[in-house]
Design a protein around this ligand. Structure first.
Ligand SMILES: Cc1cc2nc3c(=O)[nH]c(=O)nc-3n(C[C@H](O)[C@H](O)[C@H](O)COP(=O)(O)OP(=O)(O)OC[C@H]3O[C@@H](n4cnc5c(N)ncnc54)[C@H](O)[C@@H]3O)c2cc1C
Ligand code: SF4
Ligand code: SF4
Ligand code: SF4
Length: 376
């Protein structure tokens, strides 16, 4: 994701994606190109076991350009997207920036920050504003998989970033990855007869989805609400790197109860001890694709959420669009969530200014990192 350009006249296809993304080592293995290939039923593309997309049969490629245009590492539609979403520098449009938290003790018990994401989805499902939500659930340390939830009570399984107490390291396989290929699950929505879906995802996932929406790729029209997560990086590493990570942070993965990311990586151990690990200590385990990514605050979401800038136990919540506002205001009115608003108005004003400054600073830091990676 980078600066805006116009769609070019010539249609680019998977071969161009190979040159511009895979050969540069910045493929995020999101699976979008394979899942939405127009020649999917003829198996023109295939996903390798490690998530790498491959062209199986060039003859079957109809050169439609979909795989190229929806790839999160391709910026060819930025200009159109920015216009459609009314994007403004430096972190996109927003109508409200608040620290908020859930009112549900059950959600608070398991959530990452203030449980706003889970509460907004619970509200939207219970009030029938959406029929389902694409979220992710934990399947091991650093490992999650996408799931489509239709019942509010099932959202609890997706909330937070606690580790399963019963996980067995040896069952997890050779690779750990915190990245969730949720974009692939959009493909299944048509078959499930679901419309009005919410998508929770990282900036790259929301960006890819918005491009599908722009191109009217079916069934992206069924996504009615996007809740984006702030994101500095995601991790993917093998057994050797796991040992290095444990040495770097001085904690065994099996002793980690909860992971959170704000100004740095916050590790809560089983014994309750909390350790703050600087990004630099874990940077080498981040996915290479993340270093080429320039969106921190999920600029194209309806609502963006993070922990940065909020007091502990609160979610920093940016309400960006009309639908985002409808869901946020409804959830607040019906007391699913509440805002942090100290009586001291001057304290509140300073808090908001500082929160905004932190988000902008992280967003610029990420943009500059992407420029360096891409040699711009
Ligand atoms: C990989 C990653 C990196 C992040 N980096 C930052 C950061 O640098 N700074 C910052 O302030 N905030 C960051 N966040 C956001 C922050 O950790 C919280 O997710 C956010 O504040 C929402 O908290 P909550 O308590 O409201 O969410 P909850 O109510 O706990 O809900 C969390 C939701 O996130 C979904 N989810 C969890 N893990 C993933 C994942 N890997 N991919 C996609 N969806 C997932 C769950 O399905 C659930 O719906 C990051 C989140 C992730 C997943
Ligand atoms: S058919 Fe279209 S989506 Fe599939 S590989 Fe060819 S250009 Fe890409
Ligand atoms: S980042 Fe995703 S869409 Fe782009 S080439 Fe890799 S798997 Fe395909
Ligand atoms: S930094 Fe986050 S949003 Fe960007 S590619 Fe990595 S996981 Fe996706």
């Amino acid at each position: 994701m980078g600066k805006s350009t116009q769609i070019r006249d010539e249609v680019k296809s998977f071969k161009d994606l190979t040159i511009e993304v895979q050969d540069r080592g910045i493929c995020g293995k999101c699976g979008g190109c394979v899942s939405f290939c127009s020649a999917g039923e003829f198996n023109a593309l295939r996903m390798e076991e490690d998530g790498t997309p491959r062209l199986v049969d060039e003859e079957k490629c109809v050169k439609c350009g979909i795989c190229y245009l929806i790839c999160p590492q391709i910026i060819a539609l930025n200009h159109e997207l920015d216009e459609k979403m009314d994007w403004k520098p430096p972190i996109g449009p927003f109508r409200k920036l608040v620290s908020a938290r859930t009112t549900s003790p059950e959600i608070m018990e398991v959530c990452t920050d203030g449980g706003v994401v889970t509460s907004l989805l619970t509200y939207a499902l219970e009030k029938n504003l959406i029929q389902a939500a694409i979220v992710s659930r934990r399947v091991g340390p650093f490992t999650r998989q996408p799931m489509v939830v239709t019942k509010p009570e099932d959202l609890i399984e997706a909330a937070g970033s606690h580790f399963e107490e019963t996980f067995h390291l040896d069952e997890i396989g050779k690779r750990y990855s915190s990245f969730v290929p949720s974009v692939r699950d959009i493909r299944t929505l048509g078959e499930r007869n679901l419309d009005r879906i919410a998508l929770v995802g990282t900036p790259c996932q929301v960006y890819a989805f918005r491009k599908m929406q722009l191109l009217r790729v079916v069934p992206s029209d069924t996504i009615a609400l996007t809740i984006g997560l702030f994101c500095m990086e995601n991790f993917s590493f093998d057994e050797k790197a796991r040992k290095k990570l444990e040495k770097n942070i001085g904690i065994k993965l099996k002793n980690i109860r909860k992971l959170n990311i704000k100004d740095n990586v916050i590790v809560t151990q089983e014994n309750g001890e909390v350790v703050h690990v600087p990004f630099e200590a874990v940077d080498e385990l981040a996915r290479p694709a993340c270093f080429a990514c320039s969106d921190f605050a999920c600029d194209y979401a309806d609502i963006s959420c993070g922990g940065l800038g909020s007091p502990d136990g609160y979610t920093t919540t940016m309400v960006r669009t009309g639908i985002g506002e409808k869901v946020f205001n409804g959830a607040k009115q019906e007391k699913y969530i509440r805002e942090w608003s100290p009586r001291d108005k001057e304290k509140y004003r300073i808090h908001k200014t500082e929160m905004m400054a932190k988000i902008v600073s992280f967003a610029l830091r990420k943009k500059n990192r992407a420029k360096r990676t891409l040699g711009e």
